[in-house]
Write a protein that binds this ligand. Sequence first.
Ligand SMILES: Cc1ncc(COP(=O)(O)O)c(C=O)c1O
Length: 399
Amino acid sequence: MAPDGQMLATASAPNVYDSEPIPEAARAEIDRMLMSGDLFRYTAPADAPVALLESEFAALLGSHYALAVSSCSAALFLSLKALDLPRGAKVLIPAFTFAAVPSSVVHADCVPVLVEVGPNYRVDMADFARKLPDADAVMISHMRGHTSDMDAIMALCDAAGIPVIEDAAHSLGTVWGGRNIGTIGKVGCFSFQSYKLVNAGEGGIMVTDDPEIAARAIIMSGAYETNWKKHPGLSNSCAHWQNKLPLYNLRMQNLSAAVIRPQLPLVAERVEKGRAGHDRVAAVLNGSSYLVVPDPLGPEVRAPDSIQFNLKGDWTDQQALDFQAAAKRRGISVQVFGLSEGNARAFWNWQFLGEPPELPQTKEMLMRACDVRLPTRLTNAELDYIATAIVDAATEVRG
Ligand SMILES: Cc1ncc(COP(=O)(O)O)c(C=O)c1O
């Protein structure tokens, strides 16, 4: 049985599982829709909540077009389809990402090619440059909001004429060299699943400046017959593609948009809070000789809602597991990506791809990289509790 002190500590551990609360303002709009039953995005002649969300999100990001869909995975899939890649096209993706990303590539009849990721969770540019000549497209997951070197990636891809999709599922509010993440490649995709900065339970959105990509994605998302007329500024392109592309029906419904819209004005504040909270915890972890939080790259201003850190020095797998258990006794759930059973971010668990490729660098990172949620609503006292619990757990195992 755990000593009393540990039981007490667990009792006061902050709850990091609950998502961001939904603003009160969403209620009136949801009530209105429940009364009218007007839940389908294409019923109203104009200004449906999904349409308003699209124009507000495009303005927030500074993009020409936005298309709201059922999930970020749907947005990634539609982005690939909208690029009109040939069947069997090779799509480079980082080997450190969520299983939904290679899944979207497979779903689009393309072949994912996994690129090594370094100990700082970012794409290894040497491996990227080696694999790029064989690729038809690139999908960069800014995994957990960690931005890979977008200047180097765009320079190589532009020179080779290869389109880049940004998987910015966790990156709403991240800025790279003064530009919003998700607006640097041809298409950017974001998630509104509950464990993201904006919480709608499920949902996704894609942004692009390319009218052909936008039009193709709109049609394939399920704008059947003349529903595409409710997407402003795209009439010529949509009219061209109508009936020439299959409908995958991945639309967002109005209730989701009503939950998301009042959260958009809160994004800037959540980003600031999330970054301050992350950096507060990171400073404590970096004070331990057993842990290290990798630095962001120079041009990157992060918007984190979780923290990742590496076990520093020579840890055995058993010690890493003991560390997870020691943190758990203090009420903090730490996942070592490669050591938690069936983790969907460990590439060797993506059995639908066949035999896992040899990716020694990414594997080494995953075996010692740790993940802890830090919702932006946490107070400083709660953040300090988490940081201290993690450092104490490491010291208990290695000290
Ligand atoms: C890196 C990354 N990309 C894409 C997704 C898919 O997002 P969604 O759940 O909205 O489909 C996730 C989900 O968490 C993710 O972590």
